[in-house]
Design a binder for this molecule. Structure first.
Ligand code: OGA
Ligand code: ZN
Length: 421
């Protein structure tokens, strides 16, 4: 659906001046009175025609009614014309169906307009820039927990910041509120359950199932769960009881480190983008599910490249956790030394002061971040007498988080809203 805001903006869209075609490539050429032009594939116009026979649009569903099995991809138009003094393009199809495309509808979807395509790509909420210490210290967004719980705009802004910057913070939940993490999870949508349960607790425990629970010591920079073939994409931690000393949270933008390596150490970049590491996680975790104690035994094993590139060569995933790295290197023995050199250089870059964001989570603070982009750690800590540093945490996947952002853009009629159909 188009938001009212967008409709208002597009109301000022100029009038349609002329239509020509389709040409031999079955392209319809449209001109607007302000000189703008558009190339619209004829079959696409039939397929996306904004009418009730083509689409079902109800509050519960937006779906195309046409089936590809029956759809004639060679179908022709009987007649094309500009209607209503330039307000819309009309097409009468050979089948007799009549389509009406308002001027603003065409303008915002114009496939030959690079600006329109760029605007549409923002729907994926991909980060546009990576950060080092200086940048993130300037732009790290912090919101009030209380505002987040009652104001949808704050939910939108918080989650949008997590999508773009990879991290954002909520400040000041009521102290000791054990349910805070679930309450935040409900506001976001759906927590992702893992073999550590729905919500896990980070505190120093006997018989620890994770290095973070094993001691009060610092941890190495890591992403969570490289042992899974589909690790959770986001991680959230909420501070219930902070340490008396230390226990600070540290983050590094793995995308930024990867870009530095691409330029400063191309051989290391090549190894980390082409050689997969194997990770294991064997043990058990005892946690509560539906009010009952539940023991889950596991033997996880997965392989990832430390730096994964997408088809366009852009960095789109970082996975690394030294504690879970296994013994297996699926390569010739004489390549192994260089693989270690590459992991070492990557780790050294993660720790370079120009890259590290360090802050302290106070009691009641929450941090949400992109687990397949940022590496995280904490430094060592000392507890106050009789107290134990305790956090609760959970995971999310991007689809749920981004769906929430898009839904709120629609509901709150924000200017970034984009139509689904
Ligand atoms: C974790 C972790 C950090 C902390 O539980 O995954 O890295 O601050 N914890 O204890
Ligand atoms: Zn961790």
């Amino acid at each position: 659906m188009l938001s009212a805001h967008l409709i208002r903006n597009l109301r000022n869209a100029s009038k349609l001046a002329s239509v020509a075609g389709p040409n031999a490539d079955r392209i319809v050429n449209v001109k607007w009175s302000d000189g703008k032009t558009g190339e619209f594939p004829l079959i696409w116009l039939r397929d996306t025609s904004p009418d009730a026979a083509t689409y079902t649009i109800s509050p519960a569903m937006t779906a195309r009614n046409l089936t590809m099995l029956e759809f004639d991809v060679e179908q022709k138009a009987r007649k094309l014309w500009i209607d209503g003094d330039g307000d819309s393009l009309k097409i009468e199809w050979d089948s007799g169906v009549l389509s009406t495309f308002p001027s603003e509808w065409l303008q915002m979807r114009n496939p030959s307009d690079q600006e329109a395509r760029k605007r549409r790509r923002k729907v994926y909420l991909f980060p546009e820039e990576t950060w080092g210490k200086e940048e993130i210290e300037k732009k790290l967004k912090r919101f009030s927990h209380e505002e987040f719980m009652k104001n949808d705009r704050v939910v939108h802004d918080f989650l949008e910041a997590v999508c773009i910057d990879g991290i954002a913070v909520l400040k000041g939940a009521p102290q000791g509120a054990r349910g805070a993490i679930e309450a935040i999870g409900d506001r976001i949508g759906m927590i992702k359950r893992t073999h550590f349960g729905i919500v896990f607790e980070v505190s120093t425990k006997a018989d620890a199932s994770n290095m973070a629970y094993a001691s009060n010591g610092g941890l190495p920079f890591h992403t969570d769960f490289p042992s899974l073939s589909h690790p959770p994409q986001l991680q959230m931690l909420h501070m219930l009881q902070s340490a008396e000393e230390g226990g600070n949270s540290l983050f590094v933008d793995g995308f930024h480190v990867a870009e530095q390596l691409r330029v400063e150490n191309p051989e290391v970049f090549r190894i980390l983008t082409t050689h997969s590491m194997e990770y294991i996680e064997e043990g058990y975790d005892i946690h509560e599910i539906n009010g009952k104690e539940f023991r889950f035994d596991y033997d996880m094993c997965a392989r990832h490249k430390v730096i994964r590139l997408n088809d366009e060569g852009k960095v789109n995933k970082i996975q690394f956790g030294n504690a879970m790295r296994s013994w297996f290197y699926d390569c010739e023995p004489n390549q192994v030394q260089n693989v270690y050199r590459a992991m070492k250089t990557f780790t050294d870059h993660c720790y370079q002061p120009r890259n590290v964001l360090k802050f302290r989570l106070e009691d009641g603070d929450t941090v949400l971040w992109a687990n397949q982009r940022l590496l995280h750690t904490r430094d060592g800590f000392k507890n106050a007498p009789g107290k134990s540093r305790t956090l609760t945490g959970c995971y999310f996947d991007w689809d749920i988080v981004k769906s929430r952002v898009r839904h709120l853009r629609d509901k709150l009629e924000l200017e970034q809203n984009q139509p689904s159909a």
